[in-house]
Design a protein. Structure first.
Length: 98
């Protein structure tokens, strides 16, 4: 399970799984146990902005910190993503967001 960073952001680990790489770039934010329960899912646009697909148990304050971290580090994070996936940034599809 690749982590985007070793940093813990607002108490959460930012990662993706081998199953994830069939979708556009996105970030899971989970507790240190990397459990799916309560994890958030954010798709990442090419400008570093995000679309929250699942909040999980992440509160708004922590989500804002996670989103700010992604905005400030999305290019480095994308390079990690691209090592595993040919799918690029999220383009947005209101009818089929995932």
């Amino acid at each position: 399970m690749p982590k985007y960073t070793n940093d813990i952001v607002a108490g959460y680990v930012l990662y993706f799984t081998s199953k994830c790489v069939i979708e556009a770039m996105h970030v899971h934010a989970s507790d240190k146990e990397l459990s799916e329960y309560g994890s958030a899912k954010l798709f990442v646009y090419s400008n570093g902005e995000t679309r929250i697909m699942r909040w999980g148990t992440v509160c708004e304050t922590d989500m804002n910190k996670i989103q700010a971290y992604i905005r400030n580090n999305y290019e480095v994070m994308y390079r990690k993503w691209a090592m595993y996936s040919d799918n690029g940034f999220y383009q947005g599809d209101e009818n089929n967001p995932e």
